[in-house]
Design a protein around this ligand. Structure first.
Ligand SMILES: O=C(O)CCC(=O)C(=O)O
Length: 260
């Protein structure tokens, strides 16, 4: 099958490394609108449907909330239900095309969430694979992380262990999905320094972690996950639009809700 949007080298990079950083995926104008919509999402909370779920972080000592995210929203589930913009955001034709190129011609949605690193955020989850959180018959899933803010080491960057998705399931700490540091002794993690509008695609088996944020600025990101139609949910995915068909035989299915 010919590729819809990616270069063959990008597909190969993902196959070898288990991640792909798509620089400048959304342009300046798209990011201005995304940031406007996002600011509304994290400030106008009460009018939202109750099945759009928010979690908040108490500001740590010495860190004030950022005016862009003044209530210190640290996470959300099912932002996909927050309105027309958010439906279009996860069914966006270019990102669906990327996932078709990487995963296969029959693509479904898996779930959507918001992952913020407010000022002073520290990540307790540490190194992990997404797989134990979302088992399927086959590990044919990937997450698209869209960065609204620049990230770097200790400024909320995602870190990834290239090629770790080829090594199967890593051992974890008891009663947790965290992978102890010693099991990464043979890995060489990289920091995904991102700019607003960059998108990182993360394979479900690649070892990664969210970085801490020791800056005064909130680092905000949207994470949508996708899967092949062929892989079957084994954990009971009740998230909004789980299994929504997005492409069949390499053809995109979803029309836009908002007309631009
Ligand atoms: O927020 C990030 O940088 C990474 C997100 C992550 O690790 C996850 O959602 O599994």
């Amino acid at each position: 099958m010919s590729l819809l949007i990616l270069e063959p080298a990008q597909k190969q990079f993902f196959a070898d490394n288990g991640y792909l950083l798509l620089k400048g995926f959304y342009d300046h104008q798209e990011m201005a609108e995304m940031r406007r919509q996002y600011h509304e999402l994290v400030t106008e909370i009460e009018p939202r449907p109750q099945n759009v779920k928010y979690s908040f972080m108490a500001p740590p000592t010495d860190y004030a909330p950022d005016a862009f995210n003044p209530r210190n929203v640290v996470g959300m589930m099912d932002q996909t239900l927050a309105g027309d913009y958010w439906f279009d955001q996860f069914t966006e034709p270019r990102i669906v095309s990327v996932m078709v190129d990487l995963l296969g011609p029959n693509l479904d949605f898996h779930n959507g969430k918001i992952r913020n690193k407010p000022p002073g955020f520290t990540c307790d989850q540490s190194w992990h694979q997404d797989w134990p959180y979302e088992r399927h018959t086959e590990p044919d899933l990937a997450a698209a992380i869209t960065y609204l803010d620049g990230t770097d080491f200790e400024a909320g960057a995602t870190e990834v262990a290239p090629g770790s998705h080829l090594k199967g399931e890593y051992p974890t700490v008891e009663n947790s999905h965290t992978i102890p540091d010693e099991h990464l002794a043979d890995d060489h993690p990289v920091v995904l320094a991102a700019e607003p509008g960059d998108v990182a695609v993360i394979h479900v088996l690649v070892v990664h972690r969210a970085g801490h944020n020791y800056t005064p600025q909130s680092r905000n990101a949207i994470i949508n996950e996708y899967k092949t139609a062929e892989t079957i949910d084994q954990w009971g995915n009740h998230c909004a639009f789980a299994g929504l068909p997005l492409a069949r035989n390499g053809q995109l299915l979803m029309p836009r809700v908002q007309q631009h």
